[in-house]
Design a binder for this molecule. Sequence first.
Ligand SMILES: O=C(O)Cc1cc(O)ccc1O
Ligand SMILES: [Fe+2]
Length: 466
Amino acid sequence: MPVTEFATKELYKYQNGFNNHLESEAIQGALPIGHNSPQKPPYGLYAEKLSGTAFTAPRHENKQTWLYRILPSCAHPPYQPSPESRAAQEGADTSKLRFIPNQLRWDPFDHNEARDLDFVSGMRLVAGAGDPTMKQGIGMLVYAAGKSMDEKSAFYSADGDLLIVPQEGDLNIRTEFGWLLVRPMEICVIPRGVKYQVQLSGPARGYALELYQGHFNLPELGPIGSNGLANARDFQAPVAHFSEDYGATASEGSNSFDITVKLNNTLFHTRQAHTPFDVVGWQGNYYPYKYDLGRFNTIGTISYDHPDPSIFTVLSAPSGVPGTAVADFVIFPPRWLVGEDTFRPPWYHRNTMSEFMGLICGGYDAKKGGAGGFVPGGASLHNVMSGHGPDADSHEGARNASLAPVKVGAGSCAFMFESCLMVGVTEWGLRTCKKVQEGYSEESWGGVKTHWAKPAGKEVRSHLAE
Ligand SMILES: O=C(O)Cc1cc(O)ccc1O
Ligand SMILES: [Fe+2]
């Protein structure tokens, strides 16, 4: 069968909105009307249901999509452990995570060595919490790739929903649902189980957060009101797009498609005779989507004090505890600082939540940039209750700064994966990558100096006062 591609219109055309029930047909009439699973779906298609929650999940949380495709996904030879992808699994064993109270920072992760790697083989688990087999916890990953995935390949993760944060290089992502173009300063979420293929236009590097439990949502807005932060209409889902490459039966096709699956952070592989990108129409509320971070409506103080960074939350994945996230995706976009009589950078703090940070571009206030600093493509981890805050020089600068309105972060965007879980570091993240900055803590805070000025003539309650 010749390979032919059909799109509704252009490749990159989107449907807007968050958490909507959407539908898309690459050929008009591909979706059955008034039925999900008629005896014979239109055009000889198979109906296949993709569930993102238990069938019985409450209605407001229930996620599923009906796919109408040329052949069903089950038609494939058995998966085998993936030998050529062993590198990707090295040091990714979640049962061997190292939980460390020290502040950690990484130099930018390598991309020169990634020339022969694609998005899947170039992905590494840096840190995480919990266990994908229990559907509990999260994974923090980085990827570095120098080549596109093969046109006859696809990947899916059974472990969770993957939020991808490109830092360098555009990702042309072909999914079962259609195409997404995701560039630096944009993000996307690929739900658990959705097959995709990542094509590059140049070297690519970035970060990813995998949710072993639940799904991302927009944060509550409370007294902010009905608009602000990430607005629902700015999230974009693909339109159906399919290719024809199949035989009369599922095993008779002329071409072999490599399918790789990540299950329990282990890669498996099979070759099937038909393309997985054969979905002619789909309808449901479980689908991949993208978001342009430049559209974030940033909110901050217009009076005094530094607010909690929760005002910068783009997406939030809830734990069972109200208001407490298994993972918040938070950004630090360009913004005006106008706080009066205020120490404007982040305060010194110890947090019951863990904070994994990365930098997409530019710099981050209160952290030194340049070699050995917090730079694009690098990362930091401040675990549960690990003290952190501005480095000594930034502190001195900020406590003496004149407090005129100032725009910070022009051309910059840092982000944080903040979690209620204690985060452990993998063997790859701690040693194999060779990017951990040994002197981070001492260089940042070793020089923090005392400003203690004991007042004279006041009663003192101190054991030194006797
Ligand atoms: O530690 C960090 O840099 C992230 C952060 C930023 C901020 O403005 C307030 C708290 C916080 O943890
Ligand atoms: Fe912090």
